[in-house]
Design a binder for this molecule. Structure first.
Ligand SMILES: *Cc1c(COP(=O)(O)O)cnc(C)c1O
Length: 401
């Protein structure tokens, strides 16, 4: 998938829903279908396992059973392939469903999966509570210690799961180095690339990753309130199994959700750039209040991983975590309650800026951040930079006075 043009809008809109061969609608359409009718039985696929996951280039040959796929879901999958630089994309109703499908296909009873300790808490719970129960052995490793990771690999290791940057503190893993070690041993590598929103890190080229998993419920779909998930790969066999697993357990993305996510993909990069620029304006103000060492953001010069971030990433997103100074005169609850423009809530990636108290060390096997007090995770949305700045400065300044 070589990108000869620089415009995501072109890449994405070129693939909007094909109604008939030769006729394409530039605005994604929701095509709800359970029953699919054909003019002739000769156009139909046989009722068998291969048809369930058929992906012929010919439109009528792709359409099997509308609850599994519609031209709309194919169009979204094709657009995500272009953005992520992958050959294949399987869609799911959430990131969590995508993770579950991928891990269920890749690992089975007796296999060992090594997991970066920086994964988001719901991923940790999926591994510890669902995969472990299926007899998969789960081992966590310190996400930034390459030597320790290499030691941890064994003949039993089937797959390695990465999330880079990690949730909460954004530790960057040396993905190319990790995948090099895994390739040599035939270990499957999986990367949760949600932070990068199909824009900031190329898992296949830069990362040499086997499978990229996405939550589409953040920057992709959150502005419209839509959840989704995706599993991307370059291996036709793996891809067929991902699609098949989703179809068998009934974890399919609806045509309506696919159409809505596809409709905001053309401005994904613009939103990310704008929001990151707003955060870049805030950053020095926040640093001046809480101190450089209390800021967690990969694009921050003093992050300790700035060079790795510069080497591998095309930009940063608009999530930042801040540690309230230890001598703060009030508790975190009092700090939180002073935010007005930045709202209290879950589910980042949409237009609304959010602040949450998070416990980055809780449940970790390799704690990295100092202290066991809550940190503030701030998501910068689409509000005006000056409003956000006044709000954040007001809330934090009183905390250190
Ligand atoms: C939100 C999130 C998920 C889970 O995705 P859902 O679509 O909410 O199920 C997985 N990984 C990361 C990094 C996330 O931020």
């Amino acid at each position: 998938m070589t990108q000869t043009v620089q415009s995501d809008t072109f890449l994405v809109s070129r693939n909007c829903v094909k109604l008939y061969d030769g006729v394409t609608l530039p605005v994604p359409q929701s095509i709800q279908a359970t029953t699919v009718l054909f003019d002739s039985p000769n156009q139909m696929l046989p009722i068998d396992k291969a048809s369930l996951t058929a992906q012929s280039k010919k439109l009528t040959q792709r359409f099997y059973y509308g609850a599994v796929d519609t031209p709309t879901t194919f169009a979204l999958a094709d657009s995500l392939c272009m953005l992520e630089g992958a050959k294949h994309c399987a869609l799911y109703p959430s990131g969590q469903a995508a993770l579950h499908a991928v891990m269920s296909v890749v690992a089975t009873t007796g296999d060992e999966v090594l997991v970066a300790d920086s994964v988001t808490y719901t991923t940790r719970w999926l591994f510890d509570q669902v995969l472990a129960r299926a007899g998969v052995s789960i081992g966590y490793f310190a996400p930034t210690d390459l030597a320790a990771f290499e030691q941890r690999l064994s003949a039993r290791t089937k797959a390695v799961f990465l999330e880079s940057p990690g949730s909460m503190l954004y530790e960057i893993q040396d993905v190319p180095a990790i995948t090099r070690l895994c390739r040599a041993r035939g270990v499957v590598t999986i990367l949760d690339n949600t932070w990068s929103a199909s824009t900031l890190f190329n898992g296949f080229e830069t990362g040499q990753i086997d499978v990229v998993v996405l939550s589409l419920s953040k920057y992709h779909g959150a502005p419209l309130g839509v959840s989704g998930g995706a599993a991307l790969s370059n291996d036709a066999g793996l891809h067929a199994e991902f699609r098949h697993f989703g179809a068998l357990v009934g974890a399919m993305l609806s045509s309506d959700s696919a159409a809505r996510i596809a409709s905001v993909l053309p401005n994904l990069r613009l939103r990310l750039e704008h929001q990151a620029a707003t955060l870049a304006r805030l950053l020095p103000k926040v640093a001046a209040i809480v101190g450089e060492a209390n800021i967690f953001y990969p694009a921050h010069q003093s992050s300790g991983q700035f060079e790795l971030w510069q080497r591998d990433f095309l930009g940063a997103n608009s999530l930042i975590t801040v540690r309230c100074p230890a001598n703060s005169p009030d508790d975190v609850g009092a700090v939180l309650s002073r935010f007005r423009v930045v709202r209290h809530g879950y589910g980042w990636g949409g237009d609304t800026s959010l602040v949450n108290a998070v416990m980055p060390n809780r449940e970790r096997h390799f704690p990295v951040a100092p202290g066991d007090t809550p940190y503030l995770r701030i998501y910068v949305g689409m509000e005006h930079a000056m409003d956000l700045e006044a709000d954040v400065v007001h809330a934090l300044e009183r905390a250190v006075r």
